[in-house]
Ligand binder design. Structure first.
Ligand SMILES: O=P(O)(O)OC[C@H]1O[C@H](O)[C@H](O)[C@@H](O)[C@@H]1O
Length: 327
């Protein structure tokens, strides 16, 4: 039995269209289409703005603004539910990376079970900007993984498509009456860029960072992060008002705003690591992508029975913003 009330009746074997009405009450363009495997949102005021969410992992696999794709998706990504999607915005829960110390979380594979589970499509909650919700809870999550991590939880993902933004919000609830819920959360966003070597990531200067390759923690004094080799950096407790941007040729291509997400991972696999990932295609793809991943990963969030936690990632088109920092 589904725990979450669907906002629209929905027959999973049919494609369903949710239509918009204009001021005269005429039916106009459809803004949400759903079929067995994916949900597609198209902005009612501009059909060149759209996003596609795969029900497997509730993974955003495409986000187009004025017809331009914003996210990087590997041409070798599996979209059939056989493995997590390489690209787009995979969701990381309840653990980031491979945990070695927690009795239960350490049994889960890298990045947990949310990206390996088919989520329930709850329906559309708003017509403009078009907004939809998905849910995940133990009864429908990947059963091999819930057997390893027998913990109660409930997740609601909200995806809102604006004319100039994509907002993904998460609510985590602990429905248990007796046990606490301990977890990490992260939006593993893969951004598309023309040439990673010509780009930089801004506004992380002065932040404490754990370098996963060097296995060292230090304060990053680089004014910007450039990518000319493999990078795997976890910035911790980044000030809430720091707006992280991916800048290319003097233009802020992507702006990443974090709501209740203190950490940000910056990752590019570069040449050798890309070769080692079977689903990373083309192998030259590392030149055209960068992951900037807002999350809560440097420590765990703990929810007591009945408690909930909310956070969001807002991607938009803010013009270039260098922020003053006190070092
Ligand atoms: O290959 P995956 O399990 O999708 O992980 C891809 C990457 O995710 C994050 O960015 C981590 O910081 C990296 O260490 C990891 O390699």
């Amino acid at each position: 039995m589904a725990r979450h009330k669907k906002t629209e009746n929905y027959n999973k074997h049919e494609t369903r269209y949710f239509k918009e009405r204009n001021l005269q009450g005429n039916q106009i363009k459809m803004s949400v289409q759903s079929n067995e495997s994916e949900v597609i949102l198209t902005h009612p005021d501009d059909s060149s703005c759209s996003t596609t969410i795969l029900k497997y992992g509730a993974t955003v696999i495409s986000w187009k603004l004025k017809g331009d794709e914003q996210l990087w998706l590997s041409s070798g990504a599996k979209l059939d539910g056989s493995k997590p999607v390489r690209g787009g915005i995979p969701l990381v829960f309840p653990v980031f990376g491979k945990n070695a110390s927690d009795e239960l979380l350490s049994k889960l594979p890298q990045h947990g079970l949310a990206r390996n589970s088919t989520w329930e499509f709850l329906g559309q909650t708003k017509s403009n900007p078009p907004t939809v919700q998905f849910a995940l809870y133990p009864e429908i999550a990947n059963q091999e993984m819930t057997a390893l991590w027998p913990v109660d939880f409930s997740l609601i993902l909200t995806v809102e498509l604006g004319l100039e933004h994509l907002k993904t919000s998460i609510e985590v609830n602990n429905p248990s009456k007796t046990d606490s819920l301990k977890f990490n959360w992260l939006f593993h966003s893969y951004f598309r860029i023309e040439d990673v070597e010509g780009a930089f990531v801004s506004n992380l200067v002065g932040m404490k960072v754990y370098d996963q390759l060097l296995k060292e923690t230090y304060v990053d004094k680089h004014p910007v992060i450039t990518i000319h080799e493999e990078k795997d950096l976890i910035y911790q407790n980044v000030d809430d008002d720091r707006i992280i941007q991916i800048v290319n040729k003097g233009v802020a291509l992507h702006t990443i705003k974090r709501i209740n997400l203190p950490d940000a991972v910056v990752w590019n696999p570069w040449i050798e690591k890309s070769k080692s990932m079977g689903d990373f295609e083309p192998k030259s793809g590392y030149q055209h992508m960068i992951c900037v991943e807002p999350g809560h990963v440097h420590d765990f969030i703990t929810l007591e029975p009945g408690q909930s936690w909310k956070a969001a990632q807002l991607l938009d088109k803010t013009s270039i913003a260098f922020q003053r920092v006190e070092l």
